[in-house]
Design a protein around this ligand. Structure first.
Ligand code: PMV
Length: 359
């Protein structure tokens, strides 16, 4: 498929108003996307677990309007929010060729998250995917017919133009984004991972330790740009292809030791890229390292398959099999929660993707 396939050419212009509502989850990458080309095309393939509990709920109401400017109001957790508007304005500008009805209506965008706003958890993946899904439902109300496959692809395509990793939040439980030779894939949208997945990964757990709830020190827009002219860029992009290939074999065999090796190495490589860029950044905090060392000791002392991954920040995602849920939660409460801000962590697990509330 190409970009052209997503351009909406005609629709029913008689509709005057309506409302749609979706929930969409966050996701956590196992092989990380870091570095992009123009139009949010990734420099390397990535794969993520879709989450279950950490999600955004968005309702979009629309009424026909005069004039051709974009017109919208944003409400976050019930309160009018001006801070989100520029991001949504940019999003609308990027996607208007594909959803030209954006200029026909005034939109009221009512959004909230199931996780605390100031948790340092990226809400862009869940937020942008939820909004993209709402726009697809509006497209449907305008008389456009599409099957579920096209609906999901276009929702993912639009979400990608809002925030790259958002394209991996439409479906579950594993989603690949970025062309590669190991899996079905596209640079334009996320594709549900359809290869065999071993029962070890069923209901895989993700407990997010909130080490630093502040604003991100480096926005991902800035972060991706640091890969331009980065001395290790080419090697890194190759490594992501290799790691994805290895991971497809691991997901099939259920080899959790090898899973740990790839996932932790990917997390540290992402941070290594930021430490070795110009300008350079250290996004971990002392408590991030305390937690990593505790995990490594815990694994030495037990036969646990607990491992960590990181986003572009200080918080730590703990990934582990469902059968270790009780023991790992006890370990977190006894030994890791002290490194979290106000002792906060969020229990989540792999999920099935977005859900329509009002179509
Ligand atoms: O979607 P963005 O542009 O916010 O980039 C996010 C990139 C990472 O979260 C660091 C990695 C990933 O693949 O999700």
């Amino acid at each position: 498929m190409t970009e052209q396939d997503f351009i909406l050419k005609s629709y029913d212009s008689d509709l005057n108003e309506g409302a749609v509502k979706w929930t969409s989850p966050s996701n956590i990458a196992l092989v990380k996307y870091w570095g992009k080309r123009a139009h949010q095309i990734p420099e390397n393939p990535s794969i993520s677990f879709t989450l279950s509990n950490c999600k955004t709920i968005t309702e979009v109401s629309f009424t026909k309007k005069e004039g051709s400017d974009f017109s919208f109001d944003v409400y976050f957790e019930g309160e009018k929010n001006e801070a989100f508007k520029p991001k949504i304005q940019t999003f609308f500008e990027r996607i208007e060729a594909y959803v030209p009805f954006l200029r026909d209506f005034h939109f009221k965008i009512d959004t909230s998250n199931t996780f605390p706003h100031s948790s340092g958890i990226a809400s862009s993946a869940s937020g942008m995917s939820a909004l993209a899904l709402c726009l697809m439902s509006i497209e449907k109300q305008l008389g456009v017919t599409h099957n579920t496959d096209f609906f999901n692809k276009k929702a993912s395509f639009l979400a990608r133009l809002g925030s790259g990793s958002a394209c991996r939040s439409i479906e579950g439980e594993l989603v690949v984004w970025g062309q590669n030779k190991s899996t079905a894939s596209s640079d334009l949208f996320g594709v549900r991972y359809a290869e065999d997945v071993h029962a070890n990964f069923k209901n895989y757990q993700d407990t997010i330790l909130l080490v630093d709830k502040g604003e991100k020190q480096v926005s991902s827009t800035v972060g991706h740009k640091l890969m331009f002219g980065h001395p290790f860029a080419a090697q890194r992009f190759n490594q992501a292809h290799e790691n994805l290939e290895k991971l497809t074999a691991i997901l099939k065999s259920g080899d959790l030791d090898e899973f740990i090796n790839i996932v932790e190495s990917e997390a540290l490589t992402l941070h290594a890229m930021m430490m070795t860029s110009m300008p350079y950044f250290i996004l971990m905090k002392p408590n991030t390292l305390e937690i990593i060392n505790k995990i490594w000791s815990y694994r030495k002392e037990s036969d646990s398959k607990l491992c960590f991954t990181l986003d572009a920040g200080a918080n730590v995602h703990l990934l582990y099999p469902e059968n270790e849920k009780d023991t790992v939660l006890r370990f977190i409460e006894n030994q890791l929660s002290r490194y979290c801000q106000n002792g906060h962590f969020i229990e989540d697990q792999v999920g099935k993707g977005s859900e329509c509330v009002k179509n």
